[in-house]
Design a protein around this ligand. Structure first.
Ligand SMILES: [Zn+2]
Length: 224
């Protein structure tokens, strides 16, 4: 049964996919179209670091030491964000969960708030490597841009810079690490009727259409 937006169940979506799969772009478009907040843990952390909050300082110290942010810290920032008013009608999460422990706490957080739709964007490794080779990142707002040249960010006008860690060897290694870390997460979700894989090796417009169809199918078949 199709639940209309507005009065019905909230639209809770999480996006999985390797770096370069277009996850952030798709999450943003989708969130804008459905009028739910796009919640990116990268954005929250960047803001927290820039504004020097206790959370930001803790995160920065951890990352500066070369360590991954722990489950507790990530869960804390997502919990706080999901409890804000604008997330009541739903959300699109980008960058969370990263671990099964995070996924299991997310299930508890979403319990009673409607179905959780899980979208996995799949792109072949060689395509990702090619995409990441021309990826630039905005030095000011952190937005991604895919261009051969440098120039200015389309969002804020900040300077685009090449990412130091986007060399081919490093990219391939990063993708391997991603697959290894994400496999348990995909296993955790894949048997659910609200899990959908979509082919991300398409134009952004075509991927958007697939995403819309996948969310429609997933929410239509979701148990109440
Ligand atoms: Zn920018």
């Amino acid at each position: 049964m199709h639940q209309p937006q507005g009065g019905g169940a909230a639209l809770n979506v999480i996006m999985l996919g390797p770096p370069g799969a277009g996850k952030g772009t798709q999450a943003e478009r989708f969130a804008r179209a459905r009028q739910v907040p796009k919640i990116s843990t990268g954005d929250i952390l960047r803001e927290a670091v820039q504004s020097g909050t206790p959370l930001g300082l803790e995160a920065k110290a951890t990352m500066d030491a070369g360590n991954l942010l722990g489950d507790d810290l990530m869960i804390g920032i997502v919990r706080e964000r999901l409890n804000r008013d604008d997330a009541r009608r739903g959300f699109v999460l980008d960058g969370f969960p990263r671990t099964v422990a995070q996924a299991s706490v997310l299930d508890e957080m979403v319990n009673g708030r409607g179905a959780l739709v899980v979208i996995d964007i799949v792109v072949p490794e060689d395509v990702l490597v090619r995409r990441l080779a021309i990826r630039r990142i905005c030095s000011k707002c952190g937005a991604n841009a895919f261009t051969e040249g440098l120039g200015a960010c389309g969002k804020c006008g900040g300077a685009l810079i090449a990412r130091a860690d986007d060399g081919e060897e490093i990219v391939r290694e990063r993708l391997k690490v991603y697959q290894r870390q994400t496999k348990p997460l995909v296993d955790y979700y894949s048997a659910r009727p609200t899990f959908r894989s979509i082919d991300g090796n398409q134009t952004p417009e075509a991927v958007s259409a697939l995403l819309d169809a996948a969310v429609g199918a997933a929410t239509g078949s979701a148990p109440r």
